[in-house]
Design a protein around this ligand. Structure first.
Ligand SMILES: [Zn+2]
Length: 72
């Protein structure tokens, strides 16, 4: 009956491509782009690359020799 509230449609997951059902209202807000939370997490990590960047920075900061001066 009420097609405006709670209307759903089938969308394709932006990560794995699996079809999933989501509310069109959520979709309009830019939500519901993934079939599951894990797909969302995977995709976001890939996109931001924060994890990799953090790892690289850590490795780089461990290396500089000025750290030797701090350590007694
Ligand atoms: Zn997925």
């Amino acid at each position: 009956m009420s097609t405006q509230r709670g209307a759903t449609a089938t969308y394709k997951c932006a990560n794995c491509g699996d079809p999933f059902t989501a509310r069109t209202a959520d979709r309009k807000r830019g939500w519901a782009r993934f079939c599951s939370k894990s797909c969302k997490a995977i995709r976001q990590e890939k996109r931001t690359g924060q994890h990799a960047a953090h790892k690289m920075r850590e490795a780089g900061e461990c290396f500089p020799s000025h750290a030797d001066g701090d350590v007694q």
